[in-house]
Design a protein around this ligand. Structure first.
Ligand code: V1S
Ligand code: CA
Ligand code: ZN
Length: 398
């Protein structure tokens, strides 16, 4: 064995405060923080905790959140409760709460919840800056729709923007990649005038047949590339990849690798943030794609192989058992482990994964035909999309 170099593995850290699990958006709301309990249980059951550094970060302070967010918005967020909200109609409207769809409900412990997931993303970014980790993971973060002074699409505080701002204290160019099925509009908007952050989002875009609306949030057309003013340094530093219903594993992997490789080669980021929203998975309650877990994980593997400091964060994901499977698999991808398809039997909540409906007690169940969406993406349309994306990238030259 002497003289043979062991391939150096990556130092992986896991940033998670279990108190996030105890928050509830309401019984009919699709966002279920207990999907994080399931994720953690799988990670532990497979022994992945021994292959990483574990941290339990403290909640972010109001001053830390104010690095991006408006102070009056933060004070509102801190003060609002289900009991007092009826006396705050004006603030509720102004800041994007409640409303007809109730995307962003006021619930018990809201401030605590947002400070916990944000604290974890900032702590993860700090670990990358200290060179304590090569890959830092926060599955409780990734809330990409939140604006400076507005809650939107289940997101109140934009932990991604805060983490990127922190990375920018030492990194010249940060690449943000977003594979959540929704457009990463909040992150794109926050850095629209900067050439030090490039945002790349893959998402469903267009009118939704099932839903009768534009798919949320309605932005992210291929032609949206940041500001159009030629004197704005942010011009051309956003790339949006709009995808139609039913995309399959091979199509998505090809699209992701072709386009992301080109962006990394042209932009040469010194750090990468990957939002790995699990609602792009087949069978998701809100999503429209047909991806299996390993195709989703292929994106994490691809980004890991660029060998840059990497922040890996969660996001959407509305079929909790599959969110847990996906994020457990992706944690394994980061540490370089392969996992047995039979789930360990001693998992708490094992019933959530058992029975034909729930994936038969295995880690990588195939997507059911009954949850499959018709694939509306033709080979020709995807080729045109890649061609347009490559044209958009010409702005990065000279
Ligand atoms: N799609 C969808 C969807 N479903 C809900 C919803 C359902 C039940 C509830 F009790 C509360 C909300 N809201 C939406 C979307 C928001 C999706 C957010 C995704 C977040 C993320 O995964 O990207 C990141 C964590 N909201 C809408 O579509 C808005 C409306 C446009 C819906 C229709 N109404 C009438 C107007 C507002
Ligand atoms: Ca996306
Ligand atoms: Zn989403």
């Amino acid at each position: 064995e002497y003289g043979i170099e062991k391939p150096r593995g990556y130092n992986v850290s896991f940033h998670y405060n279990p108190h996030v699990e105890y928050h509830h958006f309401g019984s009919s709301h699709p966002m279920k923080p207990w999907r994080l309990t399931l994720t953690k249980q799988l990670v532990i059951a497979y022994g992945l905790e021994y292959a990483m550094d574990l941290y339990e970060p403290r909640p972010a302070s109001k001053d830390e959140l104010a690095i991006f967010h408006d102070r009056e918005y933060l004070s509102f967020l801190e003060a609002i409760t289900p009991q007092n909200m009826k006396h705050h109609d004006e603030g509720m409207k102004a800041y994007g709460f409640g409303g007809e769809s109730n995307d962003c409900p006021v619930f018990e412990g809201l401030w605590n919840y947002v400070s916990l997931y944000s604290g974890a993303s900032m702590h993860a970014a700090q670990n990358l800056l200290n060179n304590q980790s090569d890959i830092a993971i926060n599955w409780s973060g990734g809330l990409h729709h939140a604006k400076k002074k507005e809650a939107s699409g289940f997101c109140y505080i934009n932990d991604i923007v805060l983490a990127i701002q922190h990375l920018l204290t030492q990194h010249q160019r940060v690449l943000y990649i977003d594979i959540d099925v929704h457009h990463g509009d909040g992150v794109e908007q926050a850095f629209e005038s900067s050439d030090r952050v490039f945002t790349l989002s893959y998402h469903k875009h267009g009118f939704d047949r099932h839903y009768g609306y534009q798919f949320f949030p309605g932005t992210g057309d291929i032609h949206e590339m940041g500001p159009t003013d030629p004197t704005n340094p942010g011009k051309g530093h956003a790339l949006n990849i709009p995808i139609d219903d039913g995309i399959d594993d091979d199509q998505y992997k090809w699209l992701f690798k072709t386009i992301t490789d080109a962006v990394v080669e042209k932009y040469r980021p010194t750090a990468i943030v990957l939002q790995s929203g699990a609602d792009s998975l087949g069978g998701d309650r809100l999503g429209r794609f047909n991806l299996n877990i390993k195709a989703h994980g292929f994106c994490v593997e691809t980004v890991k192989n660029y060998g840059r400091p990497m922040l890996l964060i969660g996001g959407g994901g509305y079929t909790p058992r599959n969110v847990a499977r996906t994020w457990c698999h992706e944690t394994a991808v980061c540490v370089g482990a392969s996992l047995h398809n039979d789930l360990p039997t001693h998992i708490p909540y094992i019933q959530a994964f058992q029975g034909e409906e729930n994936g038969g007690g295995i880690l990588y169940p195939e997507l059911h035909n009954r949850s499959r969406h018709d694939n509306l993406n033709t080979a020709k349309a995807l080729q045109t999309l890649v061609q347009r994306a490559m044209e958009n990238l010409r702005y990065l030259e000279g």
